[in-house]
Design a protein around this ligand. Structure first.
Ligand code: SF4
Length: 205
């Protein structure tokens, strides 16, 4: 039996963009903030649109801006490796996005007005994907989503109630790559924490 819902004589549900695809299309030409002027392309996000697990970083870097995908390059490779080794899954089984969708020049932190302008896109991603577990990558995303100035080393190591489930802060993969065994071990521990939170969330359904 075909999986597509028939909507008319020649139209099926496969022809109709999903709400998340509509938001991505809208974002692709966005000029709501100054970051639109320096970007190569908008990096909206990628992965399973109904994922239980979502990763949120700060903003696209040079490689991401060039390829149009979040967390590519060495940081992305580490994210992929930890997903596989600690959770036994690939990036196609989670959703990956950033707080801002366009690259801040020189990889500086996004400015408050840029975050405010971009906030509706991330909010719609959270509402439509509805992840049970959100893992933030790096200081910036954790501080912004948890509305705190606390440093990442104090924030990580536990989970926080958030949106439709819990938020688990971890380090940015680039920090783990720079820092060696200790931050790498902390990231692994946070990924295990995310795995256990996913098991809890699924058991509670
Ligand atoms: S960062 Fe967000 S709000 Fe600013 S131009 Fe890009 S998509 Fe639009």
């Amino acid at each position: 039996m075909p999986s597509e819902r028939r909507l008319g004589p020649s139209l099926t549900s496969a022809d109709v963009p999903t709400p998340l695809e509509l938001v991505a299309t809208e974002a692709s030409t966005c000029t709501r903030c100054a970051l639109s002027q320096g970007r190569t392309q908008v990096v909206f996000g990628m992965g399973d649109p109904v994922a239980d697990l979502m990763f949120i970083g700060e903003g696209p870097g040079e490689q991401e801006d060039r390829q149009g995908l979040p967390f590519v390059g060495r940081s992305g490779q580490l994210l992929d490796r930890l997903l596989l080794e600690e959770l036994g899954i690939t990036r196609e089984q989670v959703y990956i996005a950033n707080v801002v969708k366009c690259r801040p020049p020189g990889n500086r932190d996004p400015k408050p007005e840029e975050i405010d302008a971009c906030r509706p896109y991330l909010q719609q991603q959270l509402d439509l994907i509805h992840p049970a577990v959100v893992v933030t990558l790096g200081r910036f995303a954790a501080q912004w989503l948890l509305e705190t100035k606390e440093g990442i080393t104090r924030l990580r190591g536990r989970s926080y109630p958030f949106a439709h489930g819990v938020l688990i802060p971890t380090l940015h993969p680039a920090a783990a790559l720079r820092g060696g065994a200790e931050p790498m071990g902390q990231m692994r521990a946070d990924f295990v924490r995310a795995k256990l939170a996913l098991i809890d969330a699924r058991a509670a359904r």
